[in-house]
Design a protein around this ligand. Structure first.
Ligand code: ATP
Ligand code: MN
Ligand code: MN
Length: 308
């Protein structure tokens, strides 16, 4: 049972005007990191985490008791979510429902309050749902693939995208791989976006079939890097930049510069414990040019990769 002082602390925990229940609940046992600490972490990095989240429908990974017990993905949360968090009704092929999104820091804190431990946004925004404003190439190395190899493939993909006059950006995932993100002027629809990503990945896989695959099947992925183009379909998601993963050590998905992507980097290099040191030392946000680099996905580009 809790002591009296701990209970008093509980009653007073408020971040960004959002009242936290169980603020001293330990979410990350390894570090003893609490719900209050997670909320305060997001508050302290609001300026960098919000741009990648605002106005995007979210899939949520909820872990009501932290990492200690089970987590579950949720697209249409009902229970325990504050009224304040904005929602948008979206019709899918087979179902329809309300997705939540973040408009300001307090919404993000309200999600933390509701036990959300990962945030996975769509590649489009609520004001223009049918036109993705970014492409995500998700590099998934099979176990046993060296980090050196993954780094090399990421640079190869960047070169291909640059040759097409697109501007690729890269982030660590906090897990095992990397995401390459290309900012788009939202003009093409989901089908073209996925077709483009698929065709580009397929060309790379065709050149190095023993090293790379676009096949989702486990057996085909063995010993290879899976070039996961499926993040570009309607309703698909990729974890948001500067958000924390529900994995031991509290790793964070972090935008980096291309010159930082070397063997010295690691996909789980940054955590809640060391991220602020990185941010303080940075002269410029690594993805500073992201919005200026937007290009439309044109018919010419689709043809160039053989997607049409
Ligand atoms: P890693 O680097 O370890 O691969 P990741 O975030 O890229 O980390 P993936 O398994 O490759 O993990 O998944 C890519 C993205 O697909 C995730 O960031 C997430 O947004 C989405 N995703 C994966 N699994 C699910 C799931 N079960 N439900 C909803 N979205 C998922
Ligand atoms: Mn991945
Ligand atoms: Mn994947």
């Amino acid at each position: 049972r809790r002591s009296a002082p701990a209970r008093r602390k509980t009653e007073n925990a408020e971040v960004e005007g959002v009242r936290l229940t169980h603020p001293d609940r330990v979410l990350y046992p390894q570090q003893g990191m609490t719900k209050l600490a997670l909320a305060q972490f997001y508050q302290s990095i609001a300026a960098v985490v919000l741009p990648g989240l605002i106005g995007r429908p979210l899939s949520l990974l909820r872990c009501p008791e932290g990492l200690a017990t089970e987590c579950f993905f949720q697209k249409h949360p009902r229970q325990m979510l504050a009224e304040r968090v904005p929602r948008i009704h979206i019709k899918g092929k087979t179902s329809a429902g309300d997705y939540v999104y973040v408009q300001e820091l307090a919404d993000l804190i309200a999600l933390v309050q509701a036990g959300v431990m990962e945030l996975h946004p769509w590649g489009s925004r609520v004001d223009d749902l049918e036109h993705p404003d970014q492409l995500v190439f998700d590099l998934d190395p099979d176990e046993g693939i060296s980090w050196r190899r993954t780094v090399a493939v990421a640079h190869q993909m960047a070169e291909r995208l640059t040759d097409l006059e697109l501007t690729p950006f890269v982030r660590t995932t906090g897990g095992k791989g990397l995401h390459i993100v290309v900012p788009l002027v939202p003009r093409a629809g989901w089908d073209d976006s996925k077709a483009f990503a698929r065709a580009l990945c397929q060309r790379m896989a065709d050149d190095q079939p023993t090293q790379l695959t676009t096949n989702l099947l486990k057996a085909k992925r063995r010993g290879r890097i899976f070039l996961d183009y499926l993040r570009n379909g309607r309703g698909a998601t990729a974890v948001a930049s500067y958000t924390v993963r529900a994995r031991p050590g509290a790793p964070v998905a972090v935008p980096i510069r291309w010159d930082e992507l070397t063997v010295a980097m690691a996909p789980d290099r940054y955590t809640v414990d060391n991220l602020r040191r990185r941010l303080a030392a940075l002269k410029q946000e690594p993805w500073a040019g992201f919005d200026k680099a937007r290009q439309p996905l044109t018919a010419t580009l689709l043809r160039a990769v053989g997607a049409t």
